[in-house]
Write a protein that binds this ligand. Structure first.
Ligand code: AHR
Length: 484
């Protein structure tokens, strides 16, 4: 039993909608099959993009999509992915399964996808194996409104008006798959490459440098010191693992201790953001520079009989806990975390959606993003009080609605929580939830609605200023409190 006081007039910063970003890499079946089926496909599509996926992603209001990688980004040559499809050069995806792809999904198709979903664009450029000129011309191709060699080429390929590139990443994991660089060298390369990421219009491009791997605080220090003035954001990657010693533990049928070890690993995100942010504060006390957590989520064993290089994993109520707890951490660090992109959108790692032929299912993680969507661009609200060990929540306010999202990751016990809301008048409360009954409960193509969001009624509003909620074990509950 826990008690909290909501101080609804005390606002603790705006939760950027970009925290709800997605990541779509040319990896396994994320782009090909997951998003792109081609115009000739029997699967309902518009301009080659499957509509079941678009519709599901529109419903959770995806604000931004990062593309084309990941490790793939540093081997991607954008000019191979434009123009008539039959003339496009194929390429070997050396990072992910060694498969050959035909480059039919390129720049134009990516912008089409974002337009259909209503998302903004985060392009990740190639530093590892690409040139400064190549990166610079890509930006010119996408954003130059007037006449220029690249803008004219874009028009020849069917797009008159420039697109808006909101975010641009200069390399990915440059300490690893993106070139195995040392931070001093990368910081210099970053300064050089970003110089030629030009602004061709009033729309300022938010430039993101490749940041540290997990707890590489030295990388952060060097980058902030040597390149801090030239960047808007620095990326951070952290994946939750169920075992530190043995990578890739099963996504389903796991023992009880791995329920908690995966959650503990995810909760490390708080420490990482706090410590990296402390280093950033030294060089950027005003928190102008964003920490961009552009890869996060659980990394588990692939499904049996699937290509290990495709990273196709199942998604259970445990993943829903990971999503909810991690989003709560991002909310609390809203001053520093300007964007986050869960890995990845479809069919890869902790995905929103899984597809098989013409079938598509929503994962437990999808439902958390659905339950949490009110927090986008809302004000984080102050709360005081003491709770139990396995419960965590976010309370935010937007348009006179307080959204209270609670995660109870206890395996057996519900938590009765009372929220005192004395400083405002409550007129009504409605609620929804995702409630697990087994710790590896998940949806399958045979049983797609095994675990879905439902209406939730186990709460009481007393005298219009005290709300008692009985939060079931293994659940995420969102209450929408209308205030006057
Ligand atoms: O998301 C899968 C991979 O994980 C990305 O390509 C890479 O950046 C990271 O190591």
């Amino acid at each position: 039993m826990s008690k909290f006081q909501i101080n609804s007039q005390r606002k603790l910063g705006k939760i950027s909608k970009y925290i709800y970003g997605q990541f779509a890499e040319h990896l396994g079946r994320c782009v090909y099959e997951g998003v792109w089926v081609g115009e000739e496909s029997n699967i309902p599509n518009v301009k080659g993009i499957r509509q079941d996926v678009v519709e599901a992603l529109r419903a959770i209001q995806v604000p931004v999509i990062r593309w084309p990688g990941g490790c793939f980004a540093d081997e991607y040559h954008w000019k191979d992915g434009i123009g008539p499809k039959e003339n496009r050069k194929s390429m070997v995806n050396t990072n992910w399964g060694g498969v050959t792809e035909n480059n039919h999904f390129g720049t134009h198709e990516f912008f089409e996808l974002c337009e259909q979903i209503g998302a903004e664009v985060y392009i990740n450029g190639n530093v590892g194996s690409g040139t400064v000129q190549e990166m610079s011309e890509w930006v010119e191709y996408m954003t130059m409104p007037g006449q220029s060699p690249m803008a004219d080429w874009r028009r020849e390929n069917g797009r008159d008006f420039p697109w808006k590139v909101k975010f641009f990443g200069v390399g990915n994991e440059s300490w690893g798959c993106g070139g195995n660089m040392r931070p001093e060298y990368y910081a210099d390369l970053y300064r050089q490459y970003q110089t030629y990421v030009r602004h061709y219009s009033q729309d300022k491009i938010y430039k993101i440098a490749c940041g540290p791997n997990v707890d590489d605080y030295h990388w952060m220090e060097v980058l902030m010191r040597n390149a801090g003035h030239f960047l808007d954001g620095i990326s951070l990657h952290h994946y939750a693992l169920a075992s530190y010693w043995e990578n890739k533990r099963p996504a389903t049928g796991f023992p009880e201790e791995e329920w908690f070890s995966l959650i503990d690993s995810a909760l490390k995100m708080d420490e990482l953001i706090t410590k990296h942010s402390t280093i950033m504060d030294k060089y950027d006390p005003d928190k102008r520079v964003g920490l961009i957590v552009d890869e996060w989520g659980s990394w588990l064993a692939v499904e049996p009989h699937t290509n290990p290089g495709f990273l196709y994993q199942q998604n259970t109520i445990r993943d829903a806990m990971i999503a909810s707890l991690t989003l709560n951490i991002f909310h609390r660090h809203n001053e520093r975390v300007h964007m986050a992109n869960i890995a990845q959108m479809v069919n890869v790692l902790q995905a929103m959606l899984l597809t098989k032929g013409d079938q598509m299912i929503k994962t437990t993680t999808y439902y958390v993003f659905d339950l949490y969507k009110n927090h986008m661009d809302a004000e984080l609200i102050d709360v005081t009080g003491l709770g139990s060990d396995h419960t965590d929540f976010t309370i935010s306010k937007k348009d006179n609605v307080l959204t209270i999202s609670i995660c109870n990751y206890d395996l057996n016990n519900s938590d009765e929580i009372t929220f005192d809301i004395r400083d405002t008048q409550v007129s009504s409360v409605i609620a929804e939830a995702l409630v697990g009954t087994e710790m590896d409960q998940h949806n399958t193509f045979e049983n797609p609605d095994n675990l879905v969001k439902t209406n939730f009624t186990d709460f009481n509003l007393n005298d219009n200023h005290s709300l008692t909620v009985n939060v079931p074990p293994m659940s995420v509950v969102s209450l929408y409190v209308q205030t006057t």
